[in-house]
Design a protein around this ligand. Structure first.
Ligand SMILES: [Zn+2]
Length: 532
């Protein structure tokens, strides 16, 4: 009896584990490390196409470029899938901010998305304000018309004792592998709604006040700064005033001169365009057709869209070209997977995972739209009423989705997203990948990117654990998110790992296990089987 139990228990993990395809893992490494094209793809996307704000003409070029490139790499059925409406497109053509008195100097600035241009160059003595909450607005009413406005005080820029570069080490990977009990969310529902109300109040205030331009300080130093949007792409939610982010060092010079009551004059000249010809957006999708299980699909991808300050290299050109390189590797070695492998490059991620959410709704499952206005403005995870899901036939056919969107860093493991049944499977796949630094599986959830759209619909969607490199605060959404910040060795490793995962998932006997649907998500009881 005792012996039988031991045999049973020791057999249990083996039952759930996989035998990795070591011949294929070798071929994937040979192609991925000896004949990588990942940096060529990166130059094509970052240098030739450039930044990819959803709704902009460049986003459309990126969709077309990736579609054509995937066709060239031998994929089938490369096409664009429309979703929408997304809203207004926006792009800028030029941006100049100059100090014209007491000295003359070109200042480093970029416009925030969805803000208008100036009507030619505008000049004036700036006014410095400090509005941090709704209650601060009143004291500036009637004082800003026709002015150039500096938004906030000079920032203290201390020398850093530590570099911004980081990789996981054994200790930090061990820490990450420990499950963290779900605690308080970073922001409460009330805090998010309060911030929304503040944003709306600001837009209303600036629309009435009509300053010439608004200048905000950059968030970091050495001329590097985050530049995103003001207002949104939605009809009627555009920011009413030309608004730029200025490098912190240049902003501080203006702020100091104003504080000292020196005669300062600044010139702002921004040309920007709204695009209203097509309010929809597009995801790029292509396939390697499967063989005997071709009705089932393994997906991989990341978001193709970016902000506009740099060329969107680490966020998320990196994930895009790694996913493209992964399917290139699989095509180049002439494989025939059992399941169909489908790459999807999303748009609208930066505005709230919109492209992947739309794809999941079109193909897999939908949720009722909230009727309450507050609920609509909250991220889905914070809504009080989410379910139930309405499941579509393709839902039963998705074996899994693998996403890459945490910068240029190599892959160190996988967030299991609380799917315990996936652990023994991935454990067996990563055993032969440990010498590449892929060692860690964590039950933790990770957020902020497109695997959530799948996870939210009860599908097995995963994001890889990646080394940070220089992501925060240097490249993520900054003006220096460009080709140079991409790390060739890391990207080659990530493409080999992604190709391996996709290959294993496409060929194992069963699809990947799923988490049980929550009570709220499950279809109504009438549709479920009667109790025994
Ligand atoms: Zn991203």
């Amino acid at each position: 009896m005792k012996k039988l139990l031991i045999v049973l228990f020791s057999a249990l993990p083996l039952l759930a584990a996989d035998t990795p395809d070591l011949t294929m893992q070798t071929r994937i490494r040979q192609e991925g490390f000896r004949d990588s094209k990942v940096m060529e793809l990166a130059s094509g996307l970052m240098d030739f196409v450039g930044p990819r704000l959803t709704g902009s003409p460049n986003m459309k070029r990126a969709n077309e470029w990736t579609r054509d490139k995937l066709t060239e790499l031998g994929l089938s059925n490369a096409h664009l899938e429309q979703w929408g409406p997304f809203g207004r497109g926006w792009s800028y053509q030029s941006c100049s901010v100059r100090l014209v008195a007491p000295d003359v100097a070109q200042l480093w600035a970029l416009p925030r998305a969805w803000t208008p241009g100036t009507n030619g160059p505008v000049r004036g003595t700036p006014v410095k304000i400090k509005i941090e909450k709704v209650e601060d607005i009143d004291k500036y009413k009637g004082k800003l018309a026709g002015k150039i406005v500096l938004d906030g005080d000079a920032r203290d820029l201390k020398a850093k004792e530590k570099s911004d570069f980081s990789r996981y080490n054994e200790q930090s990977l061990t820490d990450l592998s420990h499950y963290e009990l779900p605690g308080r969310p970073r922001f409460t529902r009330e805090e998010i709604l309060k911030r929304r109300d503040f944003r709306k109040a600001l837009i209303k205030f600036y629309a009435e006040e009509k300053p010439l331009a608004l200048i905000q300080p950059g968030n970091t130093n050495f001329g590097t700064f985050v530049v995103q949007g003001a207002g949104t792409q939605k009809d009627g939610e555009q920011f009413p005033v030309p608004s730029v982010v200025l490098s912190a060092e240049h902003y501080n010079r203006l702020a100091r001169l104003l504080d000292q009551k020196k005669p300062v004059e600044v010139e702002v000249d921004v040309k920007a365009t709204y695009h209203d010809d097509d309010k929809n957006a597009y995801n790029t999708v292509a396939e390697i057709p499967g063989s005997d299980k071709k009705g089932e699909v393994v997906m991989l991808g990341g978001h193709l869209d970016s902000w506009h300050g740099g060329t969107g290299a680490t966020d998320n050109g990196a994930g895009t070209v790694v996913a493209m390189e992964a399917v290139r590797i699989l095509k180049a070695i002439g494989i025939a997977p059992k399941r169909t492998i489908r790459i999807a490059l999303w748009s609208g991620e930066e505005e709230g995972l919109l492209g992947s959410r739309a794809y999941v709704a079109q193909h897999f499952a939908t949720r009722p739209e909230p009727t309450d206005a507050d609920e609509k403005d909250l991220p889905i995870s914070m809504r009080k009423q989410k379910g139930p899901l309405t499941i579509k036939p393709e839902h039963a056919k998705l074996a899994g989705y693998f996403n890459l969107d945490n910068g240029t860093g190599k892959i160190r493991g996988v967030y299991l997203q609380e799917n315990a049944a996936a652990r023994p499977i991935f454990e067996s796949w990563i055993e032969p990948l440990k010498d590449l630094g892929v060692t860690t599986l964590t039950m933790r959830n990770t957020g902020g990117t497109d695997h959530l759209s799948f996870d939210d619909a009860g599908l097995p969607g995963f994001q890889f654990i990646q080394d940070e490199i220089e992501y925060e605060p240097l490249t993520h959404h900054t003006n220096y998110d460009v080709y140079e910040r991409l790390q060739r060795d890391d990207l080659e490793q990530a493409a080999v790992v992604m190709a391996t995962f996709v290959w294993e998932a496409a060929n194992r006997p069963e699809m990947l296990p799923r988490k049980p649907l929550s009570k709220e998500d499950a279809p109504p009881p009438a549709a479920a089987a009667p109790p025994h």
